[in-house]
Design a binder for this molecule. Structure first.
Ligand code: ADP
Length: 462
């Protein structure tokens, strides 16, 4: 049957047949149904509107109204035009029309819901690499896609109604990690997740992904969608690479330190014999060795951070002393730069002094490195309740807004290929991680070609 003919039959044939059927029923039960002349005809409108189209419902209304008037308002077999009959028939027309429209609207929204769940099903099943899980606000699993079934080793029926915390290892469950992650996803609407999970047979695998919340109109949480990927293999490769860097760095560090000691001894010796050319060479040698040592230290720090092995030795110290020491040591390397300090000399802070020294050296060196046309750097502090906010300001090249979030990432450098300034892109990553360990945060304000100011805070102690 052609779609056009099918539509015609639905629009005209269906209402016609249903109305005739209803009229036939009415004739059979004429005595019982005498009181409610139009009532049964609403079912004709309902059936036609539901299974047909809006037009089917309207046509059913029209035929039903005319037939009821002609046959069932006594006397039969004539169109009644007296006021009450016309009024009742008119009311039926209006009600039938409204009824048809309501059915149509309901069918449209039902179709839309069906289409969107079908779309979701196709998308969920189509993304082969991603596990998708629908959770209720308590973390109970409502549905999972085929990939999730394969990776988790559970059949859909087995996992449905199980709490998603079953997929976490005992250590994470003890730390209430599942609950915490769920709450964060509900509060912020979105939570990035990454970590070990276990499948049905107890095998661990590393996942990375997100949990997002879907809200009802009143703002309450309807459900959560967890989308993640099994990245165990990448993680293993990453781990091996980190191990290699860690071993290579350790192995390199010792000979570099020895060479540096020899170079310093040589420098002293050359000064004694006043060989000016050789003095300059050995100075250059020491400078390069310092750079190499810094690089190795940065790489070691990165591995320590990644393995959660940065241990702080917090102590109370006078901030002014540290600022003066750092500024004088940086000034030795960059004698042409003026580094101003503006600090309340009575500020004592509680922190890991050596790590904060590293933070300050990093920020001040960056301020100098990225200020080719200005030679001023300002280090300021400002007390804010029981904290001191420390800022390092430069008047250099600045950082564009879209780059500002990325500069804290490992190995990220702005305009890497264009810049003449060398670096590894690790300094700010290490700095921000050290500050995170201090429950502090590194943040900045910056304008291209006007300069940048980096801020962090530390707790004041008296
Ligand atoms: P590196 O300096 O070794 O490249 P960092 O992690 O210290 O690595 O900095 C990352 C990037 O952030 C730098 O490459 C640079 O593009 C940008 N950046 C850092 N500090 C400043 C600054 N004070 N002014 C302008 N750009 C900066």
């Amino acid at each position: 049957m052609s779609p056009r003919l099918r539509l015609r039959l639905l629009q005209y044939g269906l209402p016609f047949v249903v109305v005739i059927l209803i009229a036939y029923l009415k004739i059979i039960f004429i005595k019982e149904l005498q009181e409610s002349i139009f009532l049964l005809f609403f079912s004709a409108v309902l059936v036609s509107g539901w299974y047909g189209t809006l037009r089917s419902g309207l046509i059913a209304t029209l035929i039903s109204g005319l037939l009821a008037n002609y046959l069932f308002i006594p006397p039969a077999f004539t169109f009644k035009t007296d006021t009450p009959s016309l009024f009742n028939t008119g009311i039926f027309f209006i009600e039938g029309t409204l009824f048809s429209i309501i059915i149509k609207a309901h069918n449209i929204s039902k179709k839309k819901i069906a289409e969107s769940s079908e779309r979701f099903r196709i998308v969920a099943e189509g993304v082969n690499d991603y596990m998708i899980m629908i959770l209720d606000p308590n973390g109970r699993i409502e549905n999972i896609n085929t990939t999730a079934q394969q990776i988790l080793g559970y059949k859909r029926e087995e996992i449905t109604n199980l709490n998603f915390s079953h997929l976490y290892n005992v250590k994470d469950r003890r730390k209430r990690l599942p609950k915490k992650q769920l709450l964060q996803a509900m509060e912020r609407g979105h939570k990035e997740i990454s970590g070990w999970r276990i499948n049905k047979s107890g095998k661990s695998f590393w996942i990375q992904g997100t949990i997002s919340s879907i809200k009802n109109k009143d703002g309450s949480i309807k459900s959560l969608v967890a989308v993640f990927k099994d990245i165990t293999r990448q993680k293993k490769v990453e781990r091996e690479r980190e191990d290699f860097i860690s071993i290579a760095t350790h192995e390199l560090k010792q000979p570099v330190t020895s060479i540096k000691i020899y170079a310093q001894v040589l420098y002293i010796h050359l000064q004694k014999i006043k060989d000016l050319k050789a003095i300059q060479f050995s100075k250059n040698l020491i400078e390069q060795l310092n750079k190499m040592e810094n690089l190795l230290n940065s790489l070691l720090d990165v591995t320590r951070i990644q393995r959660g092995k940065v241990i702080l030795n917090k102590e109370k110290f006078k901030l002014q002393d540290l600022l003066v020491q750092v500024v004088s040591s940086v000034t030795k390397t960059y004698p042409n730069y003026k580094i101003e300090i503006e600090n309340d000399k009575n500020n004592y802070v509680l922190a890991d002094k050596e790590r904060i020294r590293q933070v300050l050296v990093n920020l001040i060196t960056n301020a100098i490195k990225y200020s080719p046309k200005s030679n001023l750097v300002k280090v300021k502090t400002q007390r804010n309740k029981n904290k001191v906010v420390i800022s390092v300001q430069d008047f250099g090249i600045g950082i564009a807004k879209n780059e500002q979030l990325m500069i804290f990432d490992r190995f990220y450098r702005v305009g890497e290929k264009k810049t003449q300034i060398t670096g590894l892109g690790l300094g700010l990553y290490i700095t921000s991680e050290i500050l995170k360990k201090h429950s502090s945060k590194l943040y900045l304000t910056s304008k291209v070609n006007q300069g940048s100011t980096f801020y962090f805070n530390l707790p004041i102690v008296n």
